[in-house]
Ligand binder design. Structure first.
Ligand code: G4P
Length: 199
């Protein structure tokens, strides 16, 4: 998605060979117009999948998911990472291990929001090792609902989450795929294609 790629080029900060900071529009401050376009793009890419619900994880998955839900006219559920005062009974849960943070979190969703027969689109802001997406997929399975696909705002193509999820058979649509953060530069997968065409 060209608009997103331009935004990353202009505002993204390469923190290390594996971490991209995008807190000016996605992870802290949020750019509503960009999120609106992201919502439209997800809606277009999954228009034939009969989506009935969107499932994401707090916190940064919420903004793009709500915009996609608005376009697709479906509810958006976000899995909680911390125990909630009101969310105590009848929970669907999964354990998510973060390689980045080296910690495990139990994520949870109330059973009442996911039913058998739901066609669920899983959305997340980043795809790194795929653990969050796999945890969300487990929750959908626990509800006996179906996973219609996974929409990712930024995939880090040099980590193996995307490969793992596609090999597992999921339709994964990433709006920007970063192939490398080496030498302080962001290289997009699309850049390779453009270069190949130019040659
Ligand atoms: P995984 O789910 O794909 O296995 O990812 P991982 O555990 O490595 O990532 C843990 C957290 O770090 C997630 O956010 C994820 O979105 C984020 N993350 C991973 N790589 C990057 C990166 O290069 N840049 C940025 N900005 N974030 C990255 P989280 O802790 O759940 O944060 P939030 O959703 O509450 O903002």
């Amino acid at each position: 998605m060209q608009l997103l790629i331009e935004k990353i080029k202009n505002e993204g900060k390469v923190l290390s060979e594996s971490v991209l900071k995008v807190d000016s529009f996605l992870n802290h401050q949020v750019d509503p117009e960009l999120m609106f376009e992201i919502g439209k793009e997800f809606a277009a890419r999954f228009k034939d999948e009969g989506i009935t619900k969107i499932l994401t994880i707090e916190s940064s998955g919420i903004a793009p998911s709500v915009m996609a839900g608005l376009q697709m006219n479906v509810p958006v559920i976000f899995a909680r990472k911390r125990k909630s005062l009101t969310l105590v009974n009848d929970l669907l849960t999964a354990n998510v291990y973060s390689f980045t943070k080296q910690e495990s979190n139990e994520i949870s969703v109330s059973k009442k929001f996911l039913q058998e027969g739901d066609q669920v689109l899983i959305i997340d802001d980043f795809l790194a090792n795929g653990q969050a997406a796999l945890g969300l997929a487990q929750i959908v399975k626990e509800a006996n609902a179906s996973i219609a696909g996974m929409g990712i705002v930024i995939e880090k193509g040099f980590q193996d989450g995307g490969k793992q999820l596609r090999e597992a058979g999921y339709k994964v649509e990433s709006l920007a795929i970063v192939d490398s953060l080496a030498d302080g530069k962001v290289t997009f997968r699309q850049d390779h294609k453009v270069e190949e065409i130019a040659r």
